[in-house]
Ligand binder design. Structure first.
Ligand code: UGA
Length: 442
């Protein structure tokens, strides 16, 4: 089996590396020559646990290579994966498919013999048909089938998600294409992964419906957290109490500052637009988008309240700026709303993130970037935890207290126990949990 993967972003690079680990010959293509040169030197464009080693081993074994030459990669490939970006189009929130169609046009020029073209990028319902049209327009003679094979991997655990997925979804009406896809995913058959064959449109919609459902689940628990605060309940117990019901499930019920990242915000919005155009509006998803945006914007207010109603002239220590741990990805991260709002309210910000500071420094202005967590706390008036990196979970609270000017801790991920932090002498604010009695008196 020979596979070409167009696009070396998250999905393309992880999928390419994992297919090569399955024993397939994979060539990853990108237009960006510097990126390809860096990959050839073994440097990864993104931080993803395990990726560098996986790429290194498969390059060494001769199963994985990188190129800017689409022709060389595509001609002779049994399957060509389109894994280019589909950013939100400016202004209307639709997925911008320019890169997808550009890739299709280029692929069409070079295919040679029967080829399965697979869309792995998240694309709105009906895009597969459009891709097919473009391919046949450029090469009416070519024997091509277009398949939708959406990806469900999460940043930070992408390799594990690819190698041991809950399911694989393959959308196509063509039997020869099904056979190629079955062969590619054979190692997963052997571990009894459910492989779901559907129509192309269904596969495209499954991807959006899955992300919108998960985004809804998070938003639901976030609103329940606010209600918990109002009525004196504990959101973590509520999440456990409902999550143990197998029909609800325990995952994705962690209340926090609102979801971010490259997928949930963009995909929920794109689904809303698709539904509006189909005249079947998804009112729940529309509300999720709106509530989540408002939540991220409102988090700074929570910090300001914890600081006694004003942060004017105060220094705020921030731990974690990426949208979640184990990634350097800053896209739609809650920190992008929270930090500027604190600065606008007169605060200065000292921040630390294990992997995200380089990217964050481009997006967030006037922040003092520190070498480690404790460095950020020195002489700060409050500590705010925005992203739950493991290294923030067991801070030496005595040391934290001695470094901070005032012992205020705002934990937007509920990684500490209110009792422990209050007992250590902090004014502790978290999400959707009652404050211990001694904390309330302060
Ligand atoms: C998400 C989906 O989980 C993947 O299945 C999907 O393949 C991917 O989008 C995609 O479409 O490419 P990802 O964005 O990497 O993956 O990260 P998640 O772990 O899903 O987290 C997304 C956001 O939700 C983060 O900001 C996270 O902090 C937040 N979150 C997640 C919560 O606030 N609470 C939770 O319980 C879970």
């Amino acid at each position: 089996m020979r596979v070409a993967v167009i696009g070396t972003g998250y999905v393309g690079l992880v999928s390419g590396a994992c297919f090569s680990e399955f024993g397939v010959d994979v060539v990853c293509v990108d237009k960006d020559g510097t990126k390809i040169a860096a990959l050839e030197r073994g440097e990864m464009p993104i931080y993803e646990p395990g990726l560098k080693d996986l790429v290194g081993e498969n390059v060494k074994a001769g199963r994985l290579s990188f190129t800017t030459d689409t022709r060389a990669a595509v001609s002779g490939a049994d399957a060509v994966f389109i894994a280019v970006g589909t950013p939100s189009r400016r202004g209307d929130g639709h997925a911008d498919l320019t890169y997808v169609f550009d890739a299709a046009r280029e692929i069409a020029q070079y295919v040679n013999g029967y080829t399965v073209v697979v869309t792995k990028s998240t694309v709105p319902v009906g895009t597969g048909t459009e891709v097919e049209r473009v391919l046949h327009q450029v090469r009416p003679d070519a024997k091509i089938d277009v398949v939708s094979n959406p990806e469900f991997l999460r940043e930070g655990s992408a390799i594990q998600d690819f190698m041991r997925p809950d399911r694989v979804v393959i959308g196509t009406g063509s039997e020869p294409a099904r056979a190629v896809m079955r062969q590619l995913y054979r190692p997963l058959y052997l571990i009894e992964t459910p492989i779901l064959f559907t129509t192309r449109e269904t596969a495209e919609l499954i991807k959006y419906a899955a992300n919108a459902f998960l985004a809804t689940k998070i938003t639901f628990i976030n609103e329940i957290a606010d209600l918990c605060e109002a009525v004196g309940a504990d959101v973590q117990d509520v999440a456990r109490g409902i999550g143990l019901d197998g029909r609800i499930g325990r995952k994705f019920l962690h209340a926090g500052p609102g979801f971010g990242g490259s997928c949930f915000p963009k995909d929920s919005l794109a689904l809303v637009r698709t539904a509006q155009e189909a005249k079947q509006p998804l009112r729940i998803v529309e509300t999720v988008v709106e509530v989540n945006n408002r939540r991220k914007q409102g988090m700074a207010e929570r910090v300001i309240r914890a600081c006694g109603g004003s942060v004017e002239g105060k220094a705020i220590a921030v731990l974690g700026v990426t949208f979640k741990p184990n990634t350097d990805d800053m896209r739609d991260a809650p920190s992008l709303d929270i930090l500027p709002a604190l600065q606008a309210a007169g605060a200065t910000v000292r921040a630390y993130d294990p992997e995200g500071m380089k990217e964050a420094a481009r997006l967030l202005k006037d922040v003092t970037w520190c070498d480690d967590a404790y460095g950020a706390m020195k002489d700060a008036d409050a500590l705010v935890i925005i992203t739950e990196w493991n290294e923030f979970r067991a801070l030496d609270l005595r040391r934290v207290r001695s470094l901070l000017k005032t012992p205020v801790m705002v934990d937007l991920r509920n990684i500490y126990s209110p009792e422990d932090v209050s007992a250590a002498g902090f004014h502790y604010v978290s999400i959707g949990r009652p404050r211990p009695a001694r904390n309330r008196k302060q």
